[in-house]
Design a protein around this ligand. Structure first.
Ligand code: ATP
Length: 311
């Protein structure tokens, strides 16, 4: 695996506003990397810099091993950007939009026509290919916006809030398209403030807040930053069970009342398996078991609260 994107201490100021305060991260070839942050965190600014549209105030980056430089025109064809604000011409048809952007990347004639047809198929817009984009629904525009970003087959694709304003069905369709692009080898950097989107799509995630990366790790490791919980009810006293469970690594007995025990655990799945084994060993009947694992939203709130306290 090779590194396709390496970002080192990128800062960007707009007058008195510090939009980016030293962002560093690395993305490997073939990854679907999530950049999660609330509105105003700096995601669009960062993507604009990495897509060679904006100069950073300081810091540097390497794309495909080459220094990021807006004036290096050989980098542009390697990158695709689906912008948050739709980059489409409403008065042109879907086909004309795709052909226009394809031509910008030097595609012509049969090659261009074939590629436009491929994208229309891929985005499920073939039936509406010759209709003006101004007549499209929000979901169709988002799909075409993605299509336009990949018409030149970029190796690295930046997606800036790609599901803005779409209904669940179109969102599902977009996810399928993005997953299929990634499966066919395109490295994807997916930015969103929708925690559940990033959690379901991206195996590795950087959480950005106030222009800083406040955490960056594999999704599972981020989710392990907070404990999950288990509530168990058994037929009989809980004292011995509580004692055994309390000795497990990462497990705390939060409360013990009558036949119910509440536990916190840094690994809910592993604790559930151990719990079942201990119940069997002690010959205790299980009446009820409920568990919940932390989600990215809780981790995000936990980390951002911590960040506020630290400053
Ligand atoms: P959103 O999801 O709302 O677009 P974001 O994470 O993409 O948020 P940015 O759009 O990059 O965040 O904005 C980061 C900060 O920089 C914000 O405080 C924003 O107001 C500011 N900002 C962005 N672009 C400009 C600009 N051209 N001039 C002045 N300030 C700007």
């Amino acid at each position: 695996m090779s590194t396709v994107l390496e970002v080192n201490g990128i800062q960007k100021t707009y007058g008195a506003i510090e939009a980016l305060r030293g962002i560093s991260l690395q993305v490997e070839e073939g990854e679907m990397f999530g950049l999660l942050g609330p509105n105003g965190a700096g995601k669009t600014t960062l993507l604009s810099i990495l897509a060679c549209l904006l100069d950073p105030t300081s810091g540097s980056a390497r794309l495909f091993g080459r220094p990021l430089d807006r004036r290096d025109h050989t980098l542009r064809p390697l990158i695709g950007l689906a912008t948050q604000d739709l980059a489409l011409y409403e008065e042109l048809t879907a086909r004309e939009n795709l052909a226009f952007f394809g031509k910008l990347y030097g595609q012509r004639g049969k090659e261009l026509q074939t590629r436009v047809d491929e994208i229309l198929e891929f985005t499920a817009l073939r039936d509406r290919a010759d209709d003006r984009v101004g007549t499209f629904s929000g979901g169709m525009k988002r799909r075409l916006n993605l299509g336009v970003a990949v018409v030149h087959r970029p190796r690295l694709l930046f997606l800036d809030e790609p599901t803005t304003g779409v209904d669940p069905q179109s969102r599902h369709h977009l996810f399928e398209e993005i997953r299929s692009l990634n499966a066919s080898g395109t490295t994807v950097v997916y930015t969103s403030h929708y925690m559940e989107e990033v959690q379901s799509l991206c195996p590795r995630i950087a959480i950005v807040d106030h222009g800083r990366v406040i955490a960056s790790d594999q999704r599972e490791n981020l989710l392990r930053l907070l404990p999950g919980s288990l509530t168990v009810r058994v037929n009989g006293p809980t004292a011995t069970l509580a004692e055994r469970l309390g000795k497990l690594e990462g497990v705390k007995v939060v409360s013990s009342e009558g036949d119910a025990l509440r536990l916190s655990s840094t690994d809910v799945k592993a604790t559930t398996l151990r719990l079942i084994a201990i119940l069997r060993e002690l010959d205790i009947e299980l009446l009820d078991l409920e568990s919940s694992e932390p989600n990215l939203e809780q981790v995000f709130l936990h980390l951002t609260n911590a960040a506020v306290r630290d400053t």
